[in-house]
Design a protein around this ligand. Structure first.
Ligand SMILES: Cc1cc2nc3c(=O)[nH]c(=O)nc-3n(C[C@H](O)[C@H](O)[C@H](O)COP(=O)(O)OP(=O)(O)OC[C@H]3O[C@@H](n4cnc5c(N)ncnc54)[C@H](O)[C@@H]3O)c2cc1C
Length: 401
């Protein structure tokens, strides 16, 4: 008899789980997402800076689901809660039964409540709407600068990025690169736009290797990014960012990439959670003492085989998805399951234009154009997979299933 697997969240983890589960003829897969599209947030930096277009960072989930040989049902609704007893996911209009459930609902920006005014005055980039707002604002600022008759010195515009982790650094570098390129065509007016990258830690990219930190810092400085480390933001109002040491920065637009917390579904689900609301799972990534409910990606605290916490990245979301898909197969076949174990295979950071810095398997270190080509190859492979499905889905769109 066929088993029903419901997957909540069409992000990096959710899509990988669908890919791995939909190939089994005795598994019926249903994907639920509150958005009709998959958002490639790892490419948000390029969209914000105007280098990529909307179709580079979003793909239609309905068409993607139609691209499978076996039927993959797509439900475009918010999963509001889960009834573990009845084995049902509850949305606004329906209750969906599951034999196995994969929660891949990701995370959201953590606008720390101890920083007064942060949530009201800054924007995240973890959803497409926010990234789009920021892109428009960035374009408007450049356009206004072009129209301005004031001397550039009198017209300085500060764009602030709070949080110098992976996403903050990539956004800062890409915007600075655009400004540098525009300086050639629209001159000092573009140069009057300053990018500030702010972090409370002593260095940018806290926790990353010295090779990555040192070379990223060099590149950002070369692009003219103003880096403020050891800078604790105490509060934000509509004009200024105030720091604990008494200094303040006048700003025009602020994005915050300083941390994540789990999304709303986690709050509605009864289970052990950590201080940022992520599920605490067992070694098989099951939650709430169940054997058939799994959590993957950013919505759960994920550890390697030795108990070390793994970073919330697309890479780990995908690795956890592959593991869980295999677990479900083995549970159906009554086979033994090994505990989850994974490591970060590498990290590439896009640093504006055709420049990146990266490390693979801890010993391969690259920077500049070579690193850019490697990062591009990884992204291209991901795109290719998505587009093969989308093309097949487009062809299948009128075939009744
Ligand atoms: C600017 C930026 C750059 C990054 N760069 C990198 C990088 O270079 N490399 C890397 O590995 N990682 C990178 N990351 C991190 C990476 O994007 C995340 O770790 C990854 O998206 C997590 O995948 P996920 O599947 O857990 O969640 P997500 O990709 O966030 O997907 C979650 C999905 O769940 C849906 N959802 C949420 N709640 C509900 C609900 N209640 N009902 C229905 N649907 C719901 C959402 O709509 C979404 O589609 C970057 C992040 C950002 C913001």
């Amino acid at each position: 008899m066929s088993k029903s697997v419901v997957i909540i969240g069409g992000g990096y983890g959710g899509l990988r789980a669908v890919e791995f589960l939909a190939k089994h003829h005795d598994i019926n897969v249903t994907l639920i997402d509150k958005n009709p599209y998959h958002y490639l947030q790892t490419e948000a930096y390029g969209y914000i800076a105007g280098r990529f277009d909307i179709h580079d960072i979003a793909i239609d989930l309905q068409k993607w689901c139609l691209g499978f040989k076996r039927k993959v049902l797509f439900v475009n609704e918010i999963a509001a809660s889960i009834d573990f007893g009845k084995q049902e996911v509850i949305t606004e209009t329906k209750s969906l039964h599951y034999d196995y459930l994969v929660i891949a609902s990701g995370a959201q920006t953590n606008f720390f409540s101890f920083i007064e005014g942060l949530k009201e005055h800054s924007h995240g980039v973890k959803n497409l709407q926010r990234a789009h707002d920021f892109r428009q604002e960035f374009e408007d600022i450049i356009y206004k600068q072009l129209q301005s008759e004031e001397h550039a010195d009198k017209n300085e515009i500060n764009l602030a990025i709070g949080g110098a982790g992976l996403s903050g650094v990539e956004v800062a570098a890409e915007m600075a690169n655009v400004i540098q390129a525009y300086s050639k065509t629209i001159g000092d007016r573009a140069r009057a736009i300053k990018i500030y990258l702010i972090d409370a830690s002593e260095t940018i990219l806290p926790g990353m290797s010295s090779y990555i930190v040192k070379n990223t810092q060099k590149r950002l400085e070369k692009l003219g990014v103003k880096i403020l480390t050891g800078a604790f933001i105490s509060n934000v109002d509509s004009l200024y960012i105030y720091f604990k040491d008494g200094k303040k920065l006048h700003y025009h637009f602020m994005i915050f990439t300083g941390g994540i917390k789990a999304g709303n579904l986690n709050s509605a689900v009864e289970s052990d959670k950590n201080r940022i609301g992520q599920f605490i799972a067992n070694q098989e990534l099951n939650i709430n003492g169940t054997k058939n409910v799994f959590a993957i990606g950013d919505c759960v605290e994920i550890r390697d085989g030795e108990g070390n916490m793994l970073p919330p990245t697309a890479q780990i979301a995908e690795k956890s998805a592959e593991y869980v898909a295999e677990c479900i197969r083995k549970r159906i076949d009554s086979k033994q399951i090994e505990p989850f174990d994974a490591s970060v295979s590498g990290m590439f950071i896009a640093l504006g234009g055709k420049y990146a810095v990266g490390e693979m398997f801890k010993f391969i270190k690259v920077k500049g154009y070579t690193a850019y080509l490697l990062k591009k190859a990884i992204t291209h492979a991901y795109y290719l997979g998505l587009h093969l499905r989308i093309n097949a889905g487009y062809k299948n769109r009128n075939i009744p299933r």
